[in-house]
Write a protein that binds this ligand. Structure first.
Ligand code: ZN
Length: 416
């Protein structure tokens, strides 16, 4: 079977034919060059207005990288025509296998983008003999196409989350669709200001807001405000994951202060190396951490009291009725306010201030609120894999690509 026959099966374009195919030596290796020719009497398509027009002249030959074959780089070679367009004047023609001034074919770009879902961009560039930049632009294009063709109608539940970026110097705002059956990243914004989240609602639009029933978020003030102002008809739920994370911070503060005091009184060994024993969930603790925690509890430290209060609060989310959960929460907050654990009291005051939003959780049982937590760790993993990305655009593209569940175009052949 000739290569040309295969090409006509996987990549046939009306008005063009494949001609001579040859191996050529290039930069110490071998490459396959496929000559492409336009059909005689065919008229070129104007790149300005997409209409056919008379040929004006022909430019010198250009190379377009195609999907590699058996590890050998493949290029289409074609001399572009210029069109004498009645509307646009003299313009370069549009060809169906590549866009504008790009040196890569659509097929090769989709090939790179598909592999980039499984491997890091650097690995893809190395394996398929191209540059990081080419891979980035291929993924960026796939994301742009996917965003333009994705269906964002009928969304009922969203989760708004923030994630640290640039070693914690700044934040990104991520919005997920968290409907049962459809879970995906739908929007990324730089920073976590009121303007950022307003930007999301502007993009989302009034039409889509109409179907929205649940919004899940943390207690970040700009988010709360924007949700109140723009989506007041939806049930706003404070996510358990974020509440527990905030409580963890309060306990960590108590532990750090107490550890300093104990060191001053030469009893530092009691809390030494205890951070993870305290922060980790019971099911994730190691045997040593269990012992450490037992010692802390026996010593009746402030840290121990805080840990016990936290374990008690977990019961809150096991209630079935909103009213009983409310009673429990009030009792828990009262108890905390009677202690002298300042960071815990601050946390309890925050809970009181957001009582209604917290209780909304019990009216949104249909919602699997743990999803935001799952997405949060996936997003972190994507950012870790994308190590080396310095620009916001690259991070944005990587996140949409991995977590956006974006559609692919229908093609006659799938290369991978
Ligand atoms: Zn034109």
């Amino acid at each position: 079977m000739l290569l040309k026959t295969i090409l006509n099966l996987v990549e046939k374009h009306a008005g063009f034919v494949y001609e001579r195919i040859a191996m050529v030596a290039e930069g110490g290796g071998q490459q396959i060059e496929v000559e492409v020719r336009c059909r005689r009497r065919s008229r070129p398509v104007c790149s300005g207005c997409s209409r056919r027009g008379p040929r004006y002249d022909t430019l010198s030959r250009r190379r377009f990288q195609y999907v590699p074959l058996w590890g050998i780089a493949v290029f289409f070679v074609y001399a572009m025509r210029r069109v004498n367009c009645g509307r646009c004047g003299i313009r370069v023609e549009r060809v169906p296998w590549a866009e504008g001034k790009r040196q890569t074919t659509h097929s090769f770009e989709w090939f790179l983008a598909t592999w980039s879902k499984r491997l890091s961009w650097t690995e893809v560039a190395q394996i398929f003999g191209t540059t990081f930049d080419t891979v980035f632009r291929a993924v960026e294009r796939a994301v742009e196409w996917g965003r333009a063709h994705a269906d964002y109608s009928g969304i009922e539940a969203i989760g708004i989350d923030e994630i640290q970026w640039k070693f914690g110097q700044t934040y990104l705002t991520l919005v997920y669709q968290i409907d049962v059956g459809v879970r995906r990243l739908i929007w990324v914004g730089e920073h976590r200001t009121l303007a950022t989240i307003q930007g999301f609602f502007d993009w989302f639009g009034e039409g889509r807001l109409a179907t929205l029933r649940f919004v899940c978020s943390d207690m970040w003030k700009p988010y709360l405000r924007a949700i109140r102002e723009r989506a007041s008809h939806a049930l706003h739920v404070l996510d358990r994951f974020h509440v527990v994370a905030k409580l963890g911070k309060a306990i960590d503060e108590i532990r750090a202060t107490e550890a300093r005091e104990l060191r001053r009184r030469s009893r530092g060994e009691l809390l030494k190396g205890s951070r993870w024993a305290i922060l980790r969930r019971p099911e994730n603790r190691t045997a040593e951490e269990h012992i450490k925690l037992r010692d802390i509890l026996r010593a009746n430290l402030r840290t121990a009291r805080a840990v016990l209060l936290r374990e008690e609060l977990y019961v809150f989310w096991t209630y079935h009725s909103r009213a009983w959960a409310g009673k429990f929460l009030d009792g828990w907050c009262r108890k905390v306010m009677r202690t002298r654990l300042e960071p815990m009291k601050k946390f309890a005051r925050t809970l009181r201030a957001h009582r209604e939003l917290l209780l909304n959780w019990f009216d949104a049982k249909a919602l699997s609120t743990g999803i935001v937590e799952g997405f949060n760790s996936l997003a972190k993993l994507t950012m870790k894999k994308a190590f080396g990305f310095r620009t916001y655009r690259a991070i944005e593209v990587a996140l949409y690509h991995r977590l956006g569940a974006l559609p692919d175009p229908p093609t006659i052949h799938r290369f991978c």
